[in-house]
Ligand binder design. Structure first.
Ligand code: SAH
Ligand code: SF4
Ligand code: F3S
Length: 438
């Protein structure tokens, strides 16, 4: 088989990152090897995200840039997948007559056939939803290069319909993967040297709730912890309303579960949370945070926040800032609200002006930068165990994560990759720590 080169560009969340890994694995079976340059590729794929406004335009702009490669290589195949592909479908093929294929978020398994068809000049678009429990079994596991940390998809889709969010429309209904399959995949990863797994889904903590005979997410975590060779377990993302007492108890009882939890609040104001259809109040959210901190002192909390949701008053916004002070997020992802077509919030009046959103975003950022620096300054001089994942920022450095997920760079040889190394923290930056081996 003639070897061909695949260039893939990934936007959006870890779901897409994981899907791209699966795509690479699948297409290896039909002779494609990954390349990091679009210029010498035989196929270019964009795995797209549509969570915020402007995403579609960005994809069209990127495609317009990539078109030049069609001129230099007339056999080049160009395709679009992911959430924008799901949303736009046929429209993409219609607007761009030179585009070869479009695949939606439920159709990864069709890709090898679509690529072979494209090699014979056939243009295809596959975006139908497959809402059966077995759908996730259609997705291949990731093979190939051994890494230290690996994503493992446990569920997909979302049934929460937060009023601002397009994900339920582009990812479809929530589906849990069978636990036997998940555990088997993790055993195989452990056999290949993987020491850390990140359990992945739009809303992992509702895992199993709608599927007969499957364990709860908390029980799944305990089962994963029983697998030899797995040293660290993380998961993302959680919805606060599904953060059960049973899952909180795992942070007390399961040492392999890392001291880190991503628990997006989205707003600190009850009025806004209600209009967002989040299903919890500020007080209920804080109760969960308090419970997590009490069973696992020092646990790092991270989250997402939206500013400028329709009707958000100055007072609502101040409540977001005060929630941040109370929770003390180690890290926060924050976004200016952008209306998404088809969502409930897009119909709400009282839009906040662009300037106001920008100002609030800056105020929020200033506060978060301060909290992040204060949080990590407390690590200065402390001794931490780092699971080394690869080369560091500078030559002669390696890089890894401390137990709570923060990246540490420190002087060391590549031979340390895959080892747990004890380091002392000597410097704190906004996004990482600097260490020295003890
Ligand atoms: N499933 C995850 C994340 C979904 S999208 C969860 O529920 O936590 C990632 C983040 O994008 C969201 O947490 C939210 O903060 C942000 N987001 C989603 N829709 C948005 C919109 N219309 N405008 C601005 N930010 C948005
Ligand atoms: Fe979107 Fe809400 Fe589902 Fe997260 S839980 S993906 S924010 S609808
Ligand atoms: Fe974006 Fe789709 Fe993820 S919209 S955030 S890539 S689920």
């Amino acid at each position: 088989m003639n070897e061909k080169l695949l260039y893939i560009e990934t936007f959006g969340c870890q779901m897409n990152v994981n899907d791209s890994e699966r795509i690479v694995t699948m297409l290896a079976d039909i002779g494609y090897r990954s390349t990091t340059a679009p210029s010498n590729a035989d196929m270019i794929l964009l795995n797209t995200c549509s969570v915020r406004g402007g995403a579609e335009e960005k994809v069209y702009r990127r495609l317009a840039n990539l078109k030049v490669f069609k001129k230099s290589n007339k056999h080049l195949i160009v395709g679009v997948g992911g959430c924008v592909a799901q949303q736009e479908g046929d429209e993409l093929l219609r607007k761009l007559p030179w585009l070869d294929l479009v695949f939606g978020t439920h159709n990864l398994h069709l890709l090898p056939d679509m690529v072979i068809a494209a090699e014979h000049g056939e243009r295809r678009c596959e975006t139908s939803f497959i809402d059966i429990d077995q759908r996730l079994d259609l997705f291949p596991s990731v093979k190939g290069a051994t890494r230290i940390s690996s994503f493992v998809t446990v569920m997909q889709g979302c049934d929460n319909f937060c009023s601002y969010c397009i994900v339920p429309y582009v990812r479809g209904r929530e589906i849990s993967r069978r636990s036997t399959e998940i555990l088997e995949e993790i055993r195989q990863l452990a056999d290949r040297g993987v020491q850390e797994v990140v359990l992945l889904g739009q809303n992992v903590n509702s895992y199993g709730l709608k599927t007969q005979g499957e364990p709860s997410f908390a029980e799944l975590v305990r089962q994963v912890a029983g697998i030899d060779g797995i040293q660290r377990i993380r998961f993302t993302t959680s919805h606060p309303k599904d953060m059960s007492d049973e899952l909180i108890a795992c942070f007390r009882d399961v040492p392999k579960l890392c001291s880190q939890v991503q628990l997006p609040a989205q707003s600190g104001s009850n009025a806004v949370l209600n209009r967002m259809n989040r299903g919890y109040t500020r007080e209920q959210y804080l109760e969960k945070i308090c419970a997590l901190k009490s069973v696992r002192p020092g646990i790092v909390i991270t989250g997402d926040m939206i500013v400028g949701f329709p009707g958000e008053s100055e007072d609502d916004f101040k409540q977001t800032l005060s929630l941040m002070e109370e929770v003390r997020y180690a890290d926060l992802f924050y976004f200016a609200y952008s209306p998404r077509p088809g969502t409930k919030a897009a119909e709400l009046a009282e839009e906040i002006s662009r300037e106001e959103k920008q100002q609030r975003l800056e105020r929020l950022q200033d506060l978060q930068r301060r909290i992040t620096m204060e949080t990590y300054s407390a690590y200065l001089g402390s001794v931490q165990r780092v699971l080394v994942e690869g080369e560091g920022k500078r030559p002669g450095q390696v890089s890894g994560k401390v137990e709570n997920g923060r990246t540490v760079n420190f002087p060391g040889e590549r031979t340390l990759v895959g080892r747990l190394v004890v380091v002392r923290i000597v410097k704190v930056f906004q996004n990482s720590l600097l260490g020295e081996p003890v």
